[in-house]
Design a protein around this ligand. Structure first.
Ligand code: 5GP
Ligand code: ZN
Length: 146
């Protein structure tokens, strides 16, 4: 059962109350061009139910949403021979750059190193012993839910 939120811009896109340029749609998922087009073909994939972020996903919702990604990613790639790669990212929470609080996955096709998309990754390899890594992993494992 899909639940939508009257105050949510992406719920309004699902209901076609706000127009969008759709690239894929089925009963559970809608994919449409991001208005900002970081690179040409930049697409958002959203669940057709109002969940804020990945922390609200059931396993079943996760399986449904993520299962659509390869099909849509391959279609974007095939649409332009200049697409050489793709960044797929999901921002969860304001601190993680989420600005629209209806969960969505960004598919950003990549053309060149200077095409408008970038990511910064710190490399802290030297700061972690294997014991420290094991303790972090154990803590995560202890928090896995059935
Ligand atoms: P976030 O920063 O939450 O990960 O990404 C939200 C994305 O939604 C942004 O890239 C922004 O351009 C896009 N966006 C916001 N409002 C609209 C809209 O009304 N239509 C479309 N197509 N994209 C939107
Ligand atoms: Zn919503």
């Amino acid at each position: 059962m899909n639940k939508l939120n009257d105050d949510c811009i992406f719920c309004k896109i699902i209901k076609n109350e706000i127009p969008s340029i759709v690239v894929y749609e089925d009963d559970d998922v809608k994919a449409f061009l991001d208005i900002s087009q970081v690179t040409p073909g930049h697409t958002l994939v959203i669940p057709k139910t109002h969940v804020q972020n990945v922390f609200e996903y059931s396993d079943e919702l996760g399986a449904t949403i993520f299962s659509r990604i390869p099909k849509i990613a391959k279609a974007i790639k095939s649409s332009d021979k200049n697409i050489k790669g793709m960044n797929i990212c999901q921002n969860n929470g304001k601190l993680a750059y989420q600005s629209v609080m209806h969960s969505h996955i960004h598919l950003v096709p990549r053309y060149t190193a200077e095409d408008g998309f970038s990511m910064t990754w710190a490399d802290n390899t030297d700061k972690y012993t294997s014991e420290k890594l094991q303790s972090i992993a154990d803590n995560i494992k202890n928090n896995l839910e059935d």
